[in-house]
Design a protein around this ligand. Structure first.
Ligand code: HAM
Length: 447
């Protein structure tokens, strides 16, 4: 009897039997996703457009560790957010520390800003990322447990023009990829004005308690604002007539919000004011926004998932023990964006295959072709090969499949003569060329 078969395995404990299960049938973990080569072109297109644009807007790349101290997220993303409350992959490491896979990038980026003394650089410090993040949520369409976020953080300045420029950036980014978006904007005030609004909202919501879902009933005492963006029908109805925070903003927050909108107007960026954009993370102050794809009819619009979101978080640095440092940022989900690209049939051309195919016949020729491949690579001429195939027929079929213009064929006879066959794939005409001259010959003919 193999060890462990009768032993009761406790939850979370390693089961020796699991090792026996490893077979091709083993499936990927729930909520995880492979990005296979056939899909990668969409991803690389998205990354390329985003990186180019981020540089144009003056951002520099940052990467932070996947694993951080759990307390980092508790102190920032917040204890009342679903992300921290229910969705973190947290565990105690071998040293006894409580650590978590990052559920988002913003806290780690601000931690790095403080830790590397970036406060002494010219402000704001503008950083972008394209990174995987992890949330243990219920997997469904557009909701994964590991997903990529691309985003920007502009840390160190209060100016409303920064909030507006980030929205302009994100709008232009989607536009460049052929996706029309609508930006929905709100302001959720600050520590001065939000408590008063929270009370007004709470008084209103208590009167409607019966209509709220169980989650929202629970949220009432913790973070009543979250009721406003609940997707349950009853909660949505209640939210419709709820008092709006914009009517309760202090002078500073109102002034900031008006200026953000004036800056958006300046560039004629289409936006919608939406008092229900309160965001699901605790650190936001003042501006909040979300980006939605524009759908063909209005009925779809209400159920569509957001592509990205962001806002200001002027207290986050201080909550981490840094100086008081205003900041604003956004992040977009890459899986949702790639799906949009595919659904819309936005054509991302496949990766260009080499125009030259190297074919070989026999062991000696194969060895020489291996060296030839390196010669072409150094000369920056892309060539394809299939060293696993031995027959000329199979190699020519492959050359045809990838659309090669020429195939170079090296057999035993050519090797002895110091030549190579140069085959034009369209006409089928073959010429004999001196092997040592082949790289320069190909260069000439490709011109
Ligand atoms: P967030 O709204 O939690 O914001 O996430 C940003 C985006 O990540 C969402 O709009 C969505 O596209 C994508 N996303 C979220 N959860 C999932 C999931 N389970 N599967 C696939 N995609 C998902 C933040 O994370 C903030 N850090 C944004 C920010 C940056 N605010 C200021 N700076």
């Amino acid at each position: 009897m193999p060890r462990g078969r009768n032993k009761k395995i406790k939850k979370g404990e390693e089961n020796p039997e699991d090792y026996k299960k490893i077979s091709p049938k083993n499936q990927i973990l729930r909520g995880m996703k492979d990005i296979i080569p056939a899909d990668w072109r969409y991803w690389s297109k998205v990354f390329e457009v985003f990186e180019n644009m981020a540089r144009e807007y003056g951002f520099f790349r940052i990467e932070t560790p996947v694993l951080e101290s759990t307390v980092l997220f508790k102190r920032t993303s917040g204890l009342t957010s679903d992300v921290v409350e229910k969705e973190m992959f947290s565990f105690t490491d071998n040293g006894g520390d409580n650590v978590s896979l990052r559920p988002e990038m913003t806290p780690g980026v601000v931690r790095a800003y403080i830790e590397h003394g970036m406060v002494s650089k010219t402000q704001p410090v503008k950083m972008y990322y394209i990174s995987p993040v992890f949330r243990y949520n219920r997997p469904q369409a557009g909701r994964y447990r590991q997903f990529y976020q691309l985003g920007c953080e502009s840390i160190g300045d209060f100016s409303p023009v920064l909030d507006a420029q980030l929205m302009i950036f994100v709008y232009n980014f989607y536009k460049e990829l052929g996706i029309e978006t609508s930006i929905q904007v709100n302001s959720i005030g600050c520590q001065e004005c939000r408590p008063e609004y929270r009370q007004v909202l709470l008084d209103y919501l208590r009167g409607k308690r019966k209509k709220l879902c169980d989650d929202c009933k629970r949220r009432l005492s913790k973070n009543s604002l979250r009721v406003l963006d609940c997707k349950e029908t009853g909660c949505k109805e209640v939210a419709e007539d709820a008092p709006q925070i914009v009517d309760h903003l202090c002078d500073d927050c109102r002034d900031h919000f008006v200026k953000v909108l004036e800056n958006l107007d300046e560039l004629e960026i289409p936006y919608v004011l939406n008092p229900k954009i309160v965001r699901g993370l605790d650190y936001y102050t003042k501006t909040t926004f979300e980006i939605f794809p524009v759908t063909e009819n209005d009925s779809e619009q209400s159920s569509v998932q957001e592509l990205g979101g962001g806002g200001r978080y002027d207290n986050l640095s201080e909550n981490l023990g840094g100086r008081s440092t205003p900041a604003v940022g956004f992040a977009c989900g890459v899986e949702r964006l790639v799906k949009q690209l595919k659904d819309k049939g936005n054509v991302v051309p496949p990766v260009q295959m080499p125009k030259i195919f190297l074919a070989q016949l026999g062991d000696q020729a194969k060895k020489r072709t291996l060296r030839l491949f390196e010669d072409f690579r150094k000369a920056k001429i892309p060539v394809a090969e299939n060293f696993a195939k031995g027959s000329l027929k199979a190699q020519l079929e492959m050359a045809n499949k990838i659309g090669a213009k020429f195939t170079l064929i090296l057999g035993q006879k050519e090797l002895l003569e110091g030549t190579i066959l140069f085959r034009d794939m369209e006409s089928g005409v073959q010429e004999t060329v001196v092997l040592d001259n082949i790289v320069s010959e190909v260069k000439k003919r490709l011109k």
